[in-house]
Write a protein that binds this ligand. Structure first.
Ligand SMILES: [Zn+2]
Ligand SMILES: [Zn+2]
Ligand SMILES: [Zn+2]
Length: 142
């Protein structure tokens, strides 16, 4: 079910200047993403120059501060990519999966919504069960 064909084989990233990050698609290897701080176990962008490898989920690696994310389920809301969650950081929670967001995050300033980059890219049917969908329904009623 992995679709990595459209991902570049290597990228450069401001979070790891000086080295290119190479795409690895080895399945079943767990890692912690140095962007969003969440675990992963599939494709990743990696550089193993240090004693610990530097890893990024593909959605975290291609996230870009210049790009606004418009989510299909949250119409009219714009999410901006932030390398760090907005203050207060300890209360920032991903509105899709409910887990804390401690690193890279898509943030909607208008409604104070946050999405992990990986959650922002999830297929629509998974997000439909989430709090994001409930939030939208509440807005419709009011
Ligand atoms: Zn990540
Ligand atoms: Zn490196
Ligand atoms: Zn999430």
């Amino acid at each position: 079910m992995k679709h990595n064909e459209d991902l570049p084989a290597k990228i450069s990233h401001p979070a790891h200047p000086g080295h290119d990050l190479k795409l690895l698609t080895t399945a079943g290897v767990t890692f912690v993403c140095d962007g969003c701080q969440e675990p992963g176990d599939g494709a990743r962008y990696t550089c193993d120059c240090g004693s610990f490898s530097f890893d990024l989920h593909p959605p975290c690696a291609v996230a870009d501060e210049a790009t606004t994310l418009v989510h299909r389920l949250i119409r009219g809301r714009k999410f901006l990519f932030l390398p760090e969650p907005p203050a207060p950081v300890e209360r920032t929670v991903c509105d899709a999966c409910g887990e804390p967001a401690r690193g890279f995050v898509y943030h909607c300033f208008e409604d104070d919504l946050d999405l992990h980059p990986c959650c922002a890219r999830l297929p629509e049917r998974i997000l439909q069960d989430s709090r994001v969908f409930e939030l939208r329904r509440k807005q419709w009623r009011s």
